[in-house]
Design a protein around this ligand. Structure first.
Ligand code: FMN
Length: 205
């Protein structure tokens, strides 16, 4: 049995394409006995990345001892990273917003991308990821079509894939749901095609 960490980034809930497809995947995984841990980024309060937490990051990066306040703030993000690290599969369901991701998902990424927790730095080798036992599925909904020449505008799938790889999560499967704003029939067909893909993924897990 695998632990699955599901990060939900759409506030659209019942109308959301990314959530509708993610639910099919999660239900199939739960039916196979996998354990699902859910983080709804629009319901869970995330700490602001300022003050003691910001200073803690700089203290860690410059090999200084954090103050007790900074350590307490750092312990909070360490727990968030541990939640991610303890999963064998990360599922991120996200809309495209302005060619990229919603700010709530970026906020979470800023919190969990941390030196000594999710990535390391070696003077000789450079940066390396510390989350090596987790693979990822990204479920990416967008109003337009980002195949062909328009692929250059896609900073949604490429950004998430690269930041996850930076943390060590290099096994990333992208499931896209395109043209959600091209009318109900096109939207339905795109959702159904993505559901078939995630069911194949679940069957193989
Ligand atoms: C604030 C906002 C920005 C958006 N920006 C884009 C965009 O840049 N490109 C695009 O193709 N669709 C864009 N859309 C459309 C959504 O990506 C599309 O409706 C998608 O289905 C949303 O995912 P969801 O249904 O899971 O919430 C935007 C929607 C919103 C609300």
């Amino acid at each position: 049995m695998a632990k699955v960490f599901y990060v939900e980034a759409s506030p659209r809930k019942a109308r959301s394409a990314s959530i509708e497809v993610a639910r099919v995947l999660l239900d199939a995984l739960a039916a196979k006995g996998h354990e699902i841990d859910t983080l709804d980024l629009w319901a869970a309060p995330l700490p602001e990345f300022d003050g003691a937490l910001l200073e803690a990051k700089y203290a860690v990066m410059s090999a200084q001892n954090p103050t007790p306040d900074q350590q307490a703030a750092w312990d909070g993000v360490a727990a968030m990273v541990e939640r991610l690290k303890s999963a064998q599969l990360l599922v991120v369901a996200t809309p495209m917003w302005n060619f990229s991701i919603p700010y709530k998902l970026k906020h979470w990424i800023d919190l969990v991308t941390q030196p000594g927790l999710s990535f390391g730095v070696d003077p000789a080798k450079g940066y390396y990821g510390l989350i090596t036992g987790t693979r990822a599925v990204g479920i990416y909904a967008r109003g337009g079509d980002y195949s062909g020449d328009a692929a250059a505008y896609d900073q949604q799938t490429r950004y998430l894939a690269s930041v996850l790889a930076f943390m060590g999560i290099t096994d990333h499967t992208a499931v896209t749901i395109d043209r959600g704003l091209s009318g109900p029939d096109v939207d339905r067909a795109a959702r159904d095609a993505a559901k078939a893909q995630v069911l194949d993924f679940a069957a193989a897990l």
